[in-house]
Design a binder for this molecule. Structure first.
Ligand code: DC
Length: 228
């Protein structure tokens, strides 16, 4: 059931397409809540390591997914939400490449996805939600008022990640990043449960040659049409 009083906008797509940046700006412009669903999988990777739950311990991971103590906070003016796990700020830690790779493995486990489903749906609160992920439009919010599939070429996504890392003073190899991006896409696309694909009723936006502002404006135009 579509709820006009509590609209949900889903932004799905591969890593590096600009979903996070675009979703935060959209949420701010619309005054909506924001769900970074990838952070839940990343948080689970960190929580599992801390509680010595190995990635082949499916029951252990599912229990941890349902009960891990997490908090998302978005202060006005922040570029991204700050995220705490068991009271500790893990925002920076979550963004690491290794955590991303572990999150991608964890995300292929159906029991984990089921446990996280409920936790994602509670983010849908008035006045509305922008939900960023891989299966927001296909599985978590199938009745969303507006579904966007935001994509970009693998080379462009690797290049953006490279610039991001270099900007943070870290070392990076563009060639390695292209390989990593392609490998992660392949795993997210071919997993049997909730594979990465556009919902049938999603609008595909290819950001390869678009600025962030242009993407935001394109989605706001769609939102104005759909959320009336
Ligand atoms: O968006 P991200 O890079 O933070 O996501 C981390 C991993 O979690 C990514 O490999 C795909 C997975 N993921 C998912 O399967 N479903 C989501 N809704 C969000 C992320």
């Amino acid at each position: 059931m579509k709820d006009a009083a509590m609209p949900v906008i889903t932004i799905d797509g591969p890593s590096g397409a600009g979903k996070g940046t675009v979703s935060v700006i959209l949420a701010r412009r619309l005054g909506f809540h924001y769900l970074d669903s990838g952070a839940l999988y990343r948080l689970l990777a960190v929580a599992a390591a801390r509680h010595q739950v190995t990635l082949d311990n499916i029951d252990g991971l599912a229990v941890l997914a349902a009960h891990m103590d997490i908090l998302f906070r978005m202060a006005p003016g922040d570029a991204e939400p700050s995220i705490t796990l068991e009271g500790e700020d893990v925002t920076r830690l979550l963004r690491g490449e290794q955590i991303g790779a572990q999150a991608s493995r964890i995300a292929a486990i159906p029991e984990v996805r089921a446990a996280l489903l409920r936790r994602q749906r509670v983010f849908a609160r008035p006045p509305g939600l922008v939900a960023d992920g891989r299966d927001m439009g296909t599985v978590v919010f199938p009745d969303a008022a507006l579904k966007v599939f935001l994509t970009a070429s693998a080379d462009e996504r690797a290049r953006r990640r490279y610039n991001q890392l270099i900007g943070k003073g870290e070392t990076a190899s563009l060639r390695d990043l292209v390989a990593q991006v392609s490998e992660r896409d392949e795993r997210d696309r071919t997993r049997p449960v909730a594979p990465l694909r556009p919902a049938e009723d999603a609008t595909v936006v290819d950001s390869t040659t678009m600025t962030i502002d242009a993407v935001v404006e394109a989605i706001l135009t769609l939102a104005r049409e759909r959320l009336r």
